[in-house]
Write a protein that binds this ligand. Structure first.
Ligand code: NAD
Length: 257
């Protein structure tokens, strides 16, 4: 084991409550590309189709999007993506009573699929496995809405108010969900340290959450492949794959208590 690993493990072992902050990098080993790499999402789809204005205005965009969900694209309920060893290690940290909460930028729902309860996860950018009505706010599992699509509704609408329905994933032009932001702030306020996994810490306001812990004097440990915008503020930085590093790191934290 490296010096960086030992240093990080010691810092986190000394912290009673750890905030886990995750980005696209925790899910690449589950087969979901990050955004900025050579195989990233923006090399395959047009980012302009992911604005709320386009979604509201253009039936064709909505029909195409539901068809993608129906066919198991976009890493949702009908896809074959599964949590990996890093998601499982986060669950172990929670089971060990050492996590203040998990804040994620990911929309894939894999933290819960690995076993974290919904109320332990703040999903700052929403969840592709959940749908809401843009009119009245009614909510469904995406799978339920996909059954309406299967039955022939190409562009499903809300059965209560007739409003447009959409997965809860935050599109360009939308606000972050207030309840999730408040939950994330509470997790950060209760944390003595923060563990960042697989994020460039370059997307705001999400990246503000780990920095809240740093501002209160808590150490930040970063596990990432490649540099991040938070490296200068990190107390320790481990260069490596989340699926290799996290199980060992969580073992070291839990076995030292
Ligand atoms: P990012 O793409 O900016 O950064 C991901 C970082 O993780 C990169 O530095 C990359 O080198 C690193 N990485 C890749 N594989 C790794 C691994 N196995 N172990 C450790 N590090 C690894 O991602 P971000 O910071 O999350 O921000 C991008 C935005 O994209 C976010 O807003 C997020 O909502 C969204 N996004 C979500 C998903 C998802 O839900 N899985 C996927 C792609 C993008």
């Amino acid at each position: 084991m490296t010096d960086a690993f030992d240093h990080a493990a010691r810092l986190l072992a000394d912290a009673p409550r750890i905030l886990v902050f995750t980005g696209a990098g925790i899910s690449t080993e589950s087969g979901i590309p990050d955004f900025r790499g050579p195989d990233g999402l923006w090399t395959k789809v047009d980012p302009d189709d992911f604005t709320i204005q386009r979604y509201r205005a253009n039936r064709e965009v909505r029909v195409a999007r539901w068809k993608m969900h129906q066919q198991g694209a976009l890493w949702g309920a009908r896809s074959s993506v599964r949590p990996n060893r890093a998601h499982e290690a986060v669950v172990e940290l929670w089971r060990g009573g050492r996590m203040s909460g998990c804040v994620t930028q990911n929309i894939d729902g894999l933290h819960q699929a690995a076993g974290l309860p919904d109320d332990q996860v703040a999903e700052l950018h929403g969840n592709i496995r959940k749908v809401h009505c843009l009119g009245c706010g009614a909510r469904w599992e995406t799978e339920e809405v996909l059954r309406w699509v299967d039955a022939g509704e190409e562009d499903p609408s809300c059965p209560h108010c007739g409003g447009l329905v959409k997965t809860t994933t935050v599109m360009f032009g939308e606000y972050l969900p207030l309840d999730q932001v408040q939950r994330a702030e509470r997790f950060a306020a209760e944390a003595d340290a923060v563990l960042v996994v697989g994020s460039t810490l370059s997307v705001y306001p999400a990246a503000q959450i780990p920095l809240d812990v740093v501002r209160r004097g808590g150490p930040m440990v970063i596990v990432n492949l490649g540099p991040t915008d938070g490296d200068r503020l990190a107390a320790a930085r481990i260069e490596g794959k989340a699926g290799d590093v996290l199980p060992r790191l969580v073992d070291a934290i839990l076995s030292s208590s």
